[in-house]
Design a protein around this ligand. Structure first.
Ligand SMILES: Nc1ncnc2c1ncn2[C@@H]1O[C@H](COP(=O)(O)OP(=O)(O)OP(=O)(O)O)[C@@H](O)[C@H]1O
Ligand SMILES: [Mg+2]
Length: 285
């Protein structure tokens, strides 16, 4: 049975400063079913992050203003929730992974404590239980010696490891929806592939739905069931990943596709692997 998880309709978000209005998101409509992965691609400034942060209600208002539209999550209208109600939903039902994990990790609190606190915020478990679950989570995301790592601070972790910690934190309460905003852009290609694989494994294990924001159509091919392409605050194209790749309609989508390294044009297998880690024309099942 298909369960509709998220339904966004005609979302308009503006930023107001000095009585001037800038429309960052102009009438965005899309939906997501349980277990699905949606990719959002589009040039810089096209409104991808503003859309994502609107779902989480993480945009400060002012200067942001949700002018119009509906964001329904499992039938609940998120735009009408109070901040307190949203606090309960964030981290528990909807989690977000940001591009730079340092902005979401507290540098002065031990990694393990941060994850355990996240668990205890949303669930009534003992300190010991939260610690046990945290260590299991760290292990699950591929962090070795999790007992030792539990007691370390963010600066003692590499960029890739911090991103794994973010995934562990995001998944600690087994959210229905994970929003990943450029989760691997800052990482090198090998680590990037590992993190994406990990997200997929977690998705299969917990049946999480994912919104994945990325500049990289190769990543989309490997991860997403469907894609929306944004430009200047609007969706210019929306389709299944397969259709986007095989039959792109909008010139911007075509340009994005043309910019991809094509595996069949590579003479040398080694370089194909290095650039086309998710082969642009072979969406994973
Ligand atoms: N806090 C803010 N105040 C004013 N304008 C903002 C704010 N946040 C975003 N904007 C504007 O909204 C527009 C959309 O920004 P957004 O961050 O959604 O882009 P994006 O598609 O995520 O781009 P990128 O790929 O660079 O991350 C941009 O023009 C940006 O300058
Ligand atoms: Mg962004």
């Amino acid at each position: 049975m298909i369960t509709k998880l998220l339904d966004i309709e005609n979302l308009h978000v503006s930023f107001i400063s000095n009585d001037r209005e800038f429309e960052a998101v102009k009438g965005v409509t899309f939906s997501l079913n349980k277990g699905e992965t949606l990719g959002i691609v589009g040039e810089s400034g096209s409104g991808k992050s503003v859309t994502a942060r609107s779902i989480m209600r993480l945009l400060p208002s002012p200067p942001s203003l949700l002018k119009e539209g509906s964001i329904k999550f499992l039938g609940q209208e998120l735009t009408e929730k109070t901040d307190q109600e949203m606090e309960k939903i964030r981290g528990k039902e909807i989690s977000m992974i940001f591009q730079d994990p340092m902005t979401s990790l507290n540098p002065s609190i031990k990694i393990g404590v941060q994850i355990a606190e996240g668990i205890r915020k949303h669930r009534d478990v003992s300190k010991e239980q939260a610690k046990k679950e945290t260590i299991e989570l760290l292990e699950l995301v591929g962090i070795q010696q999790p007992e030792t790592r539990f007691k370390q601070y963010p600066h003692e972790f590499s960029g890739g490891m911090r991103q794994r910690v973010m995934i562990a934190m995001a998944l600690a309460c087994q959210p229905e929806l994970l929003i990943a905003d450029e989760p691997t852009t800052a990482l090198d290609v090998t680590i990037q592939a590992q993190i994406l694989r990990l997200m997929k494994q977690m998705q299969q294990k917990f049946e999480t739905s994912i919104i994945l924001i990325t500049h990289d159509l190769g990543v989309v091919a490997g991860m997403c069931d469907k894609v929306i392409v944004m430009k200047e605050g609007e969706i210019v194209e929306a389709n299944t990943t397969e259709e986007i790749f095989n039959n792109p309609q909008h010139p911007y989508t075509k340009r994005l596709l043309n910019a991809l390294p094509k595996l069949h044009e590579k003479k040398n297998k080694k370089s194909a692997n290095a650039t086309g880690r998710y082969g642009p024309y072979c969406p994973a099942s």
